[in-house]
Design a protein around this ligand. Structure first.
Ligand SMILES: Cc1cc2nc3c(=O)[nH]c(=O)nc-3n(C[C@H](O)[C@H](O)[C@H](O)COP(=O)(O)OP(=O)(O)OC[C@H]3O[C@@H](n4cnc5c(N)ncnc54)[C@H](O)[C@@H]3O)c2cc1C
Length: 777
């Protein structure tokens, strides 16, 4: 439906007026604390709103919606209803929101009722930075985030998980704000919380939480990014003044890419601690004052603006150099090590490398936050592409010819959605009254197909939609496990660290794959800035690099996998691996292969066993290859590892995919959701798993695990499940509960906030509210 070809100036003006009207209605409803967007309003193509949207404000208003439907009166009641949609859609939203659904609704309401979060386009870098700072501080000082901080400082059980859960909603707003907040709270604040004593938490985290200052996190140096252990900044203790002196020994050791560097008053700086004996004890974290409240730099600190980047230009990244900046002794974050007044060094972890790992482990939480952020963006991108795909029509079967002698016009519409497997079932009959855009009659009567009906569109988008649900589930599992470790004060749980490292890599790669696919699936419209996909793609590009480069993180996963097996033996790592594999793994591989053959290719058991087989096989082979090089060929272990890197990355990816698939099936099995919601989730889980196995079919054929018949069956399953899932896709993305201000994209039928879309011609109303697209019960 191309408006441009038929739109005159007069209609364009009408359209713009209509768009403004929708925005005004939405804004008025929000301002009045209205709970329900009536069915009529949503039919204007606007975003359907869950009836709990004002649960936070507590207002219930009238007991009826304007279309006469009974309005939910309690949060529990309301949670199961999205205006105008079958109950399962609301229930799915509750299921996807999980334990902290009330917090999430509160955050949605906060974002949708704060005009500052209206997305802005075409701003200069300076303007972007200004608004990002303002938005970040508004979030920090909001009532909902303040109460989260209070629980966090009191180390209340569940408070960490609530922090990650809040990221699942805040991650949907502008990404510069997210990253800036991540630097201030997860990185600076997280380092203080995890590496500082209780006194230091009270000293630094509490005022940070009140928004009295902002912080940054300075670990990376120009010379050393991934290899943090080799950083060269020095923190030399001076017993005379009881201060540490922070120095950058040479330009290559300057801190680089540091977020909030142009604004923050304090930095957590990683530097090699040199106590009074002059012997470096390796990297430790220090709180370094950078500039005064009125932005005057402190002596010994220099900062350079790094300028424009591909994306995230609301974040001010900078290079920092220290030339003898002095900080008091108690600015050392001293959970694992301390220096007394005379300069004697004490530590609770004797081994330098174990202490360093413990310090890095304390920062693992930021990886879960980043993975959640990537998952949010993936969902927003897919929601935009799927909504557009349901509306956009291109090509189609020839219109039926009128029967000879008959005066009756050819039918202009197709049967209602769900009625048959004919792709024309996607067609919609009449555009209902009250639509925002008067779509030309020629489009309404078109027999062209919505592009979502194309098999390729289904196989491009649906496996990614399924993956977004699987990854969200994995992120929640990681959050729960990580919080348990924090409560038990475990210095370092390598297994959880590996899980979080793998999750971050998997989630960020899937995010950029989804955004690129979504962009391509939206054709030319996808290239328009206001339709968001290109901006989000540019912003998340770096997610695969910061917070640990993905390839480096996957090596951490593989090291843990190898160490887990070897740890079962008292002998050295390599001998341990050898004896382990010569016994149990080989046995389990045989069993796995046998068991897998007893399940149909569509069965979850087949999926899990196939992935487990691949993982175990890759691990066995890797162990053999390493042994061969280290034991027999006497190669340096580092070089031997390097010769197997391709294999290592394959192993780690398989591991994280196996865990992701297994956890998704497990949580569906224990879910108390209705059969309809479970059916949706099971379709997603099967599609996610089958797509992975189909992608890797060559490996399974090479290893004689699958037959060619299996491979063909898998292909059919992926095609069938993609088609099936596409019929519920509009409702599934509705259940993501993306606030209008975050979803804003004319092609998705959402123009949020106080101004109409800049490109009203690109507006396509939300098909979900069209009767022909009504979700299946
Ligand atoms: C926008 C932005 C914001 C940032 N914010 C901060 C911040 O606030 N604070 C902070 O401290 N840092 C920050 N960083 C730095 C970021 O964490 C680093 O860029 C990251 O750790 C990677 O380091 P590097 O850039 O030096 O890449 P390198 O480590 O040099 O990696 C370059 C390439 O080499 C590969 N590689 C490296 N080592 C290996 C290996 N062992 N095996 C195989 N391949 C390898 C990598 O996969 C990568 O492709 C930020 C970076 C950016 C771009």
């Amino acid at each position: 439906m191309t408006l441009t070809t038929t739109t005159t100036t007069a209609t364009a003006t009408t359209e713009a007026a209509e768009l403004r009207r929708v925005a005004a209605v939405a804004s008025a409803l929000r301002g009045a604390g209205a709970t329900v967007m009536t069915c009529d309003t949503t039919r204007d193509g606007h975003h359907a709103t869950l009836t709990t949207a004002n649960a936070a404000s507590g207002s219930t208003g009238s007991n009826k919606t304007s279309n006469g439907k009974k309005k939910a009166t309690t949060a529990a009641d309301a949670a199961a209803t999205i205006a105008g949609l079958p109950a399962w859609v609301g229930e799915l939203r509750r299921e996807l929101d999980g334990e902290f659904y009330e917090l999430k609704d509160e955050l949605r309401h906060f974002l949708d009722s704060t005009p500052l979060f209206d997305l802005r386009f075409g701003l200069s870098t300076a303007e972007q930075r200004k608004i990002t700072q303002e938005r970040a501080l508004t979030i920090i000082q909001s009532k909902v985030v303040q109460s989260l901080f209070a629980e966090h400082i009191a180390r209340k059980p569940g408070s960490l998980q609530k922090g990650w859960a809040s990221g699942e909603i805040m991650g949907m707003t502008d990404l510069s704000v997210n990253v800036k907040l991540g630097v201030m709270t997860w990185l600076f604040g997280g380092a203080v919380m995890s590496l500082g004593s209780d006194e230091l938490v009270a000293k630094w985290f509490a005022p940070l939480a009140r928004g009295e200052f902002t912080g940054m996190f300075a670990m990376t140096e120009i010379g050393h990014g991934s290899n943090v252990r080799s950083i060269e900044t020095l923190a030399t203790y001076d017993p005379k003044t009881q201060e540490f002196v922070i120095t950058t020994p040479h330009p290559y050791a300057r801190k680089a890419y540091i977020g909030n560097a142009l604004n923050g008053e304090y930095a957590v700086v990683f530097a090699n601690l040199v106590p009074a004996d002059g012997k470096s004890r390796g990297p430790h974290a220090f709180v370094v004052p950078m500039r005064s409240k009125d932005k005057v730099m402190y002596p010994g600190v220099s900062v350079w603006d790094m300028g424009e980047k591909e994306g995230l230009n609301g974040v001010d990244n900078g290079v920092i150099s220290f030339s003898g900046a002095r900080i008091p002794r108690d600015h050392l974050l001293n959970r694992f090590a301390d220096v007394d007044a005379k300069g004697n060094y004490t530590t609770t972890i004797a081994s330098d490398s174990k202490r360093f790992n413990a310090m890095l482990a304390a920062l693992t939480g930021t990886r879960v936050a980043l993975a959640s952020s990537a998952n949010c963006v993936m969902k927003v991108g897919l929601a935009i592409a799927i909504r557009y795909a349901a509306r956009r029509r291109q090509f189609g079967p020839s219109p039926p010819k009128p029967k000879r002698g008959s005066k009756q016009a050819a039918p202009t519409t197709a049967p209602a959605s769900g009625a048959s497997s004919n792709p024309a079932a996607f067609a919609f009959s009449e555009l209902e009254e009250g639509s925002v855009i008067p779509i030309p009659a020629s489009v309404m009567t078109s027999t062209e197909l919505p592009i979502l009906a194309y098999q390729t569109h289904q196989t491009r988008l649906m496996p990614l939609l399924a993956a977004s649900l699987a990854i969200a589930n994995l992120a929640r599992h990681a959050a729960k496990t990580l919080e348990k470790c924090a409560i038990e004060m475990q210095e370092s749980n390598r297994e959880v660290q590996a899980l979080c490292a793998g999750l971050k890599a998997y989630s960020s790669w899937k995010c950029i794959e989804s955004l690129q696919t979504a962009r391509e699936c939206c054709g030319g419209q996808g290239y328009l800035a206001e339709n968001r996909l290109v901006g989000m793609r540019a912003d998340t590009d770096i997610y695969v690099t910061f917070e640990g480069d993905n390839i480096v993180l996957l090596q951490q996963v593989a090291k843990e996998l190898i160490a887990q097996y070897a740890a079962q033996f008292e002998t050295g790592m390599f001998t341990g691996i050898l004896s382990f594999f010569s016994n149990q793994v080989v046995l389990s591989l045989k069993t796995s292969r046998f068991a897998a053959r007893s399940y149909p290719v569509s069965a979850p058991e087949f999926h899990v066993k196939a992935l487990a087989f691949k993982e175990a096989k890759l691990l066995t082979l890797l162990a053999k290859r390493l042994l061969q090089r280290v034991k027999r060929e006497k190669k340096d272990p580092f070089l031997a590892w390097n010769e197997c890197l391709d294999h290592i990355v394959n192993l780690s990816t398989t591991h994280i995919e196996r865990v992701c698939v297994e956890k998704f099936y497990a949580s569906i099995a224990t879910s108390k959701a209705s059969p309809r919601v479970k059916e949706i989730l099971s379709t997603a889980a099967q599609l996610h798993a089958a797509s992975i196995l189909y992608r890797d079919r060559a490996w399974y054929l090479e290893h004689n695990y699958m037959t060619t018949a299996h491979s063909c069956e898998l292909r059919d399953i992926v095609l069938e499940l993609s088609a099936n899932f596409s019929r519920d896709a509009l409702a599934v993305v509705e259940a993501f509960g993306i606030p209008d201000r975050c979803l804003h994209a004319p092609i998705a039928g959402v123009v949020s906030g106080t101004t109409a879309a800049r490109n009203s011609w690109s507006y396509f109303s939300n098909a979900l509210m069209d009767p022909s697209f009504a979700p299946r019960d």
